[in-house]
Design a protein around this ligand. Structure first.
Ligand code: ADP
Ligand code: MG
Length: 232
């Protein structure tokens, strides 16, 4: 059974006339399902951004929050590796300028200030709603593996632990996850756990039509969801 705090996230978006959740809303939802997300805060002005960055700790990633901009880097809306207060102030204004250049009438809800996750292996977990089978999970490695090689695995939700483990093992690039060619091994248990928790969340939340965690950064110990999109 889902709690009131889960419903509230969807209600706020609907009341706002949106059919999607912003990254920070999706991450709030993931955190309610105990999934590992970056620390985040939405700032409406430079001072708030500086305060948020100081609370989270440098280095920081800044991102645009706008209902008209879903692919943030296309709009110059992501700045990684901000190291100090001046960087936050400059970055805040650069992102707003970039967003306006990209789309003159883009509404700007705020700037997302978040913890910068260390480099790791890029993983993608997603879901779509199959007209016959309902919510379906997808797992793959980020970058060219998904986009060019279409090296992904699928399962209809709900899944069990064994299904999650199989989804990870059956991609062609599985060797990379075990540690190959200078790539450290990744924590497959944590990835399986994210798949299982995503499955639970999909069963609880029929509002979710499409979901995209792109990327998740995976480490020898743990993982971090650094970007998220949910279409309702
Ligand atoms: P987009 O909406 O363009 O997909 P992302 O939030 O995925 O924007 O950011 C673009 C890229 O910036 C990511 O693919 C990732 O490489 C990097 N990035 C974003 N957020 C973080 C973060 N918190 N820590 C480290 N790298 C990040
Ligand atoms: Mg992304």
């Amino acid at each position: 059974m889902r709690g009131k705090d889960v419903s509230e996230i969807f209600e706020i978006a609907k009341a706002d006339g949106r059919d999607f959740l912003f990254e920070h809303e999706a991450k709030k939802l993931f955190a309610l399902y105990d999934m590992p997300v970056t620390k985040i805060s939405v700032a409406e002005n430079e001072d708030e951004a500086v305060e948020a960055a100081e609370g989270i700790g440098y280095p920081i990633v800044l991102k645009i929050v706008s209902p008209q901009i879903l692919h943030k880097s296309d709009a110059g809306g992501v700045i990684v590796g901000v190291e100090d207060e001046q960087g936050i102030r400059d970055g805040f204004n650069t992102i707003i300028d970039n967003a306006k250049k990209y789309k003159a009438d883009a509404e700007i809800t705020g700037i997302l200030v978040q913890e910068m996750a260390p480099k790791g292996t890029e993983i993608i977990i997603g879901s779509t709603t199959d007209p016959t089978f309902g919510p379906t999970l997808m797992f793959g490695l980020g970058g060219i593996f998904v986009e060019i090689l279409k090296d992904v695995s699928f399962r209809v939700a709900p899944i069990e632990k064994r299904d999650a483990e199989e989804m990870i093992k059956e991609i062609r690039a599985y060797k990379i996850l075990e540690g190959a060619r200078g790539n450290p091994p990744v924590d497959q248990e944590t990835l399986a756990d994210i798949l299982l928790k995503t499955s639970d969340m999909l069963m609880d939340c029929p509002e979710i039509k499409e979901l995209d965690m792109n990327p998740i950064l995976a480490y020898p110990d743990g993982a971090r969801i650094v970007d998220a999109r949910i279409i309702m």
